[in-house]
Ligand binder design. Structure first.
Ligand code: PLP
Length: 265
């Protein structure tokens, strides 16, 4: 029997999307594609299709703590990825979980809306993430609409939002996919004043699970030991390819193709 060395483990604390485009399924697929092992702990259940979300339920805090501690006490967690939390209580629950993982890089995707626009948490959940979770994370990955909510700047530019949010976190990647220019500008800001812009061609259509794909890939690259700026570059390039190759399994948004078609052959 072959005994392969274990792949780096990434603990994912995210919601479940039964359409399979976003949430934990996106995390698992993106992490597999990086050569990582996903440990998916459910924070919330959602009712949604590829068009939009109609309902969600946040799990009991005790259940989320129990899932996370089962993973942490057994597997060597090399990075943590946060997605949908859905409630103020879940923000505090994640803060408590991170106390058991000192020094482990945390990537926070501040999910507040589904791709179709439906709410996956009140704005207050975003403010609590900003105050209590962003200080714990290596990097946060809001898109510009999310950054505007977190920064409480409804019309703010990426630069203006970053100026506010860097008071809370060390590194911030504000993605530009929700704009309408010909090119997408993804901007990485760091508290030491350095800034990088990654530009890519805008792809037509709208996508379900692109933010989840990006954040979990980034967590995977950090778990593999890649340095931050390089990890961001790799994660953006991979995510762009998953969108270029996306499929439309339902009546709504396109779903990124995160794994090659010949994955099983
Ligand atoms: N997490 C869950 C559970 C979701 O259902 C969604 C969107 O529907 C998201 C995260 C965010 O998706 P996206 O990556 O499209 O921003």
């Amino acid at each position: 029997m072959n005994r392969y060395p274990s792949r780096p483990v990434v603990l994912c604390l995210s919601g479940h999307d039964p359409s399979g485009g976003a949430g934990l399924q996106a995390d698992i697929e993106a992490l597999l594609a990086q050569g990582c092992h996903a440990a998916p702990a459910v924070t919330a259940l959602t009712v949604q299709d590829t068009v939009n979300v109609s309902d969600f339920r946040v799990l009991d805090r005790a259940w989320v703590l129990a899932q996370a501690h089962a993973v942490i006490s057994d597997l060597p967690v090399a990075a943590v990825k946060l997605g949908m939390l859905g409630s103020l209580e879940m923000v505090d629950t994640v803060v408590e979980i991170m106390q058991s993982l000192p020094g482990v890089p945390l990537v926070c995707d501040p999910v507040l809306r589904a791709g179709g626009g439906g709410a996956l948490g009140k704005d207050e959940v975003g403010y609590a993430m900003r105050e209590r979770l962003l200080p714990l994370c290596r990097i946060a990955t809001p898109n510009l609409p999310e950054a505007r909510i977190l920064a409480e700047l409804p019309e703010g530019s990426a630069d203006q939002c970053a100026a506010r949010l860097l008071a809370h976190c060390e590194h911030l990647l504000i993605t530009g996919g929700h704009g309408d220019e010909h090119e997408v500008h993804n901007r990485l800001y760091s508290r030491d004043g350095s800034q990088h812009t990654f530009t890519c061609m805008r792809l037509p259509g709208s996508y379900h699970g692109s933010g989840c794909t990006l954040a979990s890939t980034l967590a995977g690259r950090l778990a593999l030991g890649e340095e931050l700026v390089s990890a961001v570059r790799t994660a953006l390039a991979y995510t762009w390819r998953t969108l270029r190759d996306a499929e439309q399994p339902g009546h709504g948004q396109y779903v990124p193709r995160r794994l090659p078609l010949d994955f099983c052959s």
